[in-house]
Ligand binder design. Structure first.
Ligand code: FE
Ligand code: FE
Ligand code: ZN
Length: 304
């Protein structure tokens, strides 16, 4: 079965209930959320009653908890320890985040491995290994999914060998999985037209069973650009057919596919509209919609 969804919002007022309802409105059977704002570490207390209510809605809609993903905030940087205080903060935040993820009953937490900044690649990788060895508890149910990155600035893990090195260095590495991001892979230099070759290489090095999540995004930039700017499905340099091949790849059929494509502006930024319902329709139909932007604007105009 196709497991498809998108990034959805999480508000402190209705928490997971709001996220689930948003995902259902897009026709998703999987989704990803941040436990607060993606760009900061302010987090509210998880409300037990709202979590129970959300789980009931999931159950009624045949969405399985194991197909829900949490994304850690992207300012958490485990690769740089120049400021001991920030490195400690990141480690402690991640420990707390794992507790929150467990409270929801979610099993996968996507993490950007980090950027070494003024250090060097090897030091960055070692910092991540040391941090994860401190964070991971052998009894936790949550798997940390290290995301493949574009290699923007001093980001690590734009090469799957970096991920392999982290996995090899982590003691309880049964708690580590990988999140493939198609935009990041393209920007890192992996050819998404030859995705099966990439999977073969990944399987030899790390193992396909380690893939816990796929972020399906088109890219605004050419292969190898190290930029990391996402584009709507079929509107970028990877292209619709290549993304469909990845989404429907038999070897990844049990892995949730999550869209993190850009919102669409409307009336000169008067409203910014989510594209996910329409992109998910295209994916389900396996048919490219070259009127995507018009359809999105018309739909939200009518529903206003
Ligand atoms: Fe990410
Ligand atoms: Fe991503
Ligand atoms: Zn990205």
């Amino acid at each position: 079965m196709l497991l498809i969804g998108s990034h959805v919002s999480f508000r402190s007022s209705d928490q997971l209930v709001g996220s689930v309802k948003e995902a259902i409105s897009y026709g998703s059977n999987s989704f990803m959320f941040y436990t607060g704002a993606p760009q900061n570490t302010k987090r509210c207390k998880i409300d037990y009653d709202l979590t129970v209510e959300a789980r009931n809605i999931l159950y009624e809609n045949n969405i399985e908890l194991k197909n829900i993903i949490v994304h850690a905030p992207y300012i958490i940087n485990l690769a740089n320890n120049e400021k001991e205080e920030n490195y400690r903060f990141a480690i402690n935040f991640l420990k707390e985040e794992i507790r929150r993820v467990e409270m929801f009953g979610v099993e996968k937490l996507v993490l950007h491995p980090g950027s070494y900044v003024n250090l060097d690649l090897d030091t960055g990788i070692n910092n991540v290994i040391n941090a994860l060895n401190e964070v991971i508890n052998p009894n936790q149910d949550v798997k940390i999914c290290l995301e493949t990155m574009a290699g923007k600035g001093s980001e690590i893990c734009f090469n799957i060998n970096h991920i392999k090195r982290i996995i090899d260095g982590v003691k309880y590495n049964d708690k580590i999985m990988v999140c493939l991001d198609t935009c990041h892979l393209n920007d890192a230099g992996y050819n998404m037209e030859m995705f099966d070759d990439f999977l073969n290489e990944f399987d030899k090095l790390i193992g396909i069973d380690k893939i816990g999540c796929v972020h399906v995004n088109d890219s605004k930039n050419p292969i190898g650009s190290h930029k990391d700017r996402h584009e709507n499905i079929g509107y970028g340099t990877i292209g619709f057919d290549n993304l469909i091949n990845i989404i429907y790849n038999e070897r990844l059929c049990n892995v949730p596919k999550i869209l993190e494509t850009p919102y669409v502006s409307f009336n000169d930024k008067e409203r910014i509209l989510p594209p996910y319902k329409f992109e998910i329709d295209m994916i389900k139909d396996k048919k490219f919609n070259d009127d995507l932007y018009e359809d999105i604007r018309n739909y939200y105009k009518r529903s206003k």
